[in-house]
Design a protein around this ligand. Structure first.
Ligand SMILES: [Zn+2]
Length: 97
């Protein structure tokens, strides 16, 4: 299984148990850009409560830029483009470029 979060930093070093693990420390996680609510019909906005919204076979995780909630797991680079995901946890709009 590939959906277990690896507790390693970018260089492959294990992060010590005492260190508080935050998604920002995890490799291959990208914090999305928080934007104001898009005007209607200008962007594709995903709204829902099922987390993550997307799951693929890649190794990238996109996390909410505000609260670090994983919004898309195991996606491939470029798989998601030009969409907006409304975080169900903090209600912020995450711009996925
Ligand atoms: Zn959030």
């Amino acid at each position: 299984m590939n959906n277990q979060l690896p507790y390693q930093d970018k260089d492959g070093n294990m992060i010590a148990d005492e260190v508080e693990i935050t998604p920002a420390l995890l490799p291959n996680s990208i914090a999305a850009c928080i934007i104001p609510k898009p005007k209607e019909k200008t962007r594709t906005v995903f709204i829902g409560n099922v987390i993550p919204f997307f799951r693929g076979k890649g190794d990238l995780t996109i996390i909410c830029g505000n609260c670090f909630l994983p919004l898309a797991c195991n996606i491939s680079e470029g798989q998601l483009q030009n969409i907006v995901i409304k975080c169900p946890n903090c209600d912020k709009y995450n711009d996925i470029q």
